[in-house]
Design a protein around this ligand. Structure first.
Ligand code: TRP
Ligand code: SF4
Length: 405
């Protein structure tokens, strides 16, 4: 059983900085982040090192998209007062943990991650036979384990990466197990807690370990969780000590599967920059109108008088996302009877997309015009991230005997 019950469940996720964000990102990822930020202690970062693994030959696009990405997140409703936003390369602990974990990672574990071969095949124009690309999921593992994240919101394709993170955490804990001096450190944490709660803890621990009193275990756990000034490391130590085993140094993250909302592109394929079928989050109303008005429709509706079938039309999935039941019924009826024209049918979608983007555009403009503000947010975010990650790294270094002084 895991002894790790973080005080506020921590959520970590990243996004590669390889260009402007679009509606696919919004419906697939950002909407979910916006919801999560109110429920958990969320850390969201721009994965610029991950972007380099595939774009090392043309890194010029990475730097500008870092800031743009942060602005897009905020525009979409990610609130820097709720979530911690930062840039991966501002937190060197990710790289250090990646290096240290690489020592214990069997090559075969990386080679069998499905995205490794898939992506190499898909991005054949890039040379991805690199060390960095093979290590992509391990860097992601470090991103997550550095914060002892409990939950990682990702899409389906990323599930194997989080599985790898769990396997690596388990292997690390197995190899380095209890931290050296665990009992002494647990005792010290107890002393810091104060006499009365420490005595209560000891009595409850004895009751559990000697008589198997599970109620005592629960009470003791609650007691630790309530300690106001205790650092996470000490909490985990005391939770582990309670059950008679050591403190697990790294915790196993769980996937928080993003509800599948497949945002269709303008041509019916998945919305993706590489297909050139996107509506970006900062698209102007005129551009939105133009792009939707020129979308292809059911090919059987050559003339206005030809009846059509919504399920054969790339516009229909947009109605499914944006339209009321009433509008959808109007589309189905009107399309099948040639009662409405395609431009007429598209208008409610145009209006809905523009209504969704209007507050984002406004927020983006506001933040765009104040470069210092975004920089401050990312700088503050990185400072907090480094503090948390450094706590983990202290334990990891110690566990791996990297203290020679
Ligand atoms: N690999 C993720 C993607 O392509 C991005 C990512 C990098 C990430 N590090 C992460 C996601 C850590 C979650 C947690 O979408
Ligand atoms: Fe598509 Fe609407 Fe035209 Fe039917 S009426 S083909 S659903 S755009």
């Amino acid at each position: 059983m895991s002894a790790i019950l973080p005080p506020a469940t921590r959520v970590v996720s990243g996004m590669r900085s390889t260009g402007r964000l679009h509606l696919g990102h919004y419906h697939g990822v950002l909407k979910n982040w916006v919801r999560l930020q109110h429920e958990y202690d969320c850390l969201f970062f721009v994965a610029d090192w991950h972007a380099l693994t595939t774009h090392y030959e043309d890194p010029a696009i990475i730097a500008p998209s870092v800031r743009e990405m942060a602005v897009d997140w905020i525009a979409a409703g990610v609130d820097p007062r709720s979530a911690t936003l930062f840039v991966q390369s501002d937190v060197p602990q990710h790289a250090e943990l990646h290096l240290l974990l690489s020592m214990i990672t069997p090559l075969a574990w990386l080679e069998r991650v499905p995205t490794y071969k898939d992506q190499q095949a898909q991005l054949r124009e890039r040379d991805l036979a690199t060390y960095g690309f093979l290590g992509y999921p391990l860097l992601q593992t470090a991103d997550v384990l550095a914060y002892r994240a409990a939950l990682v919101p990702v899409g389906e394709d990323q599930v194997p990466h989080i599985e790898l993170a769990r396997e690596i955490a388990r292997r690390f804990n197995h190899l380095y197990g209890r931290e050296p001096g665990f009992v002494e450190r647990a005792e010290e944490a107890l002393r810091k807690m104060g006499r009365r709660p420490a005595r209560a803890y000891k009595e409850l621990r004895d009751a559990y370990l000697e008589q198997g009193d599970s109620q005592a275990l629960e009470t003791a756990r609650a007691l630790i969780e309530r300690q106001p000034n205790m650092v996470l490391g000490d909490k985990e130590r005391l939770l582990g000590y309670l059950e008679g085993h050591g403190r697990l140094i790294l915790s196993e993250p769980q996937t928080l599967l993003t509800p599948q909302s497949r945002m269709p592109g303008l041509d019916g394929q998945k919305m993706s920059k590489s297909y050139g079928n996107v509506i970006s989050l900062r698209e102007s109303p005129d551009e939105v109108t133009r792009k939707i008005r020129t979308m292809p429709t059911d090919p059987s509706r050559k003339r206005r008088t030809d009846p059509g079938e919504p399920t054969h039309c790339p516009v229909w999935p947009f109605h499914e996302i944006y339209s009321s039941e009433e509008t959808k019924a109007w589309v189905q009826e009107g399309c099948r009877t040639a009662g409405i024209g395609c431009l007429e049918c598209k208008q409610p979608v145009i209006d809905a997309v523009n209504a969704e983007l209007a507050p984002m555009r406004a927020r983006a403009q506001e933040w765009e015009s104040d470069a210092g503000l975004v920089r401050n947010i990312l700088t503050d975010g990185a400072r907090r991230a480094r503090e948390i990650a450094e706590e983990t790294l202290v334990d990891v270094r110690r566990a791996m005997n990297l203290r020679w002084e």
